[in-house]
Design a protein around this ligand. Structure first.
Ligand SMILES: [Zn+2]
Length: 97
């Protein structure tokens, strides 16, 4: 294994997820994670996709872009801070560390 190789798993940690979200969404996301509502459907160094199960299922994607992890979620079109679904999936990802 090449230590230089970047991966979503290496770049994400709890602090990054906290810093990337507003506190209320962090707590809501943690709740989703604690309730095992996350289904990872693809997991690689460069891309993670997951379904967050709920009243409306949401699809979250994390994509590695150089030194950053970009993300998107079907609950909103574009935003800077993680939505609660991205928080939940992020926590599910780092659980695999
Ligand atoms: Zn979302």
């Amino acid at each position: 294994m090449n230590d230089e190789k970047k991966s979503i798993l290496k770049l994400l940690d709890e602090k990054t997820i906290k810093d990337s979200s507003i506190p209320s969404n962090y707590l809501l996301g943690k709740e989703l994670f604690d309730n095992n509502n996350i289904e990872i459907t693809e997991f690689s160094d460069e891309k993670v996709t997951a379904i967050v199960h709920g009243v409306i299922n949401r699809k979250v994607e994390f994509i590695l872009n150089e030194n950053f992890v970009n993300w998107k979620c079907t609950c909103r079109l574009k935003q800077n801070k993680y939505c609660k679904h991205a928080v939940a999936v992020g926590l599910e990802i780092i659980r695999r560390k």
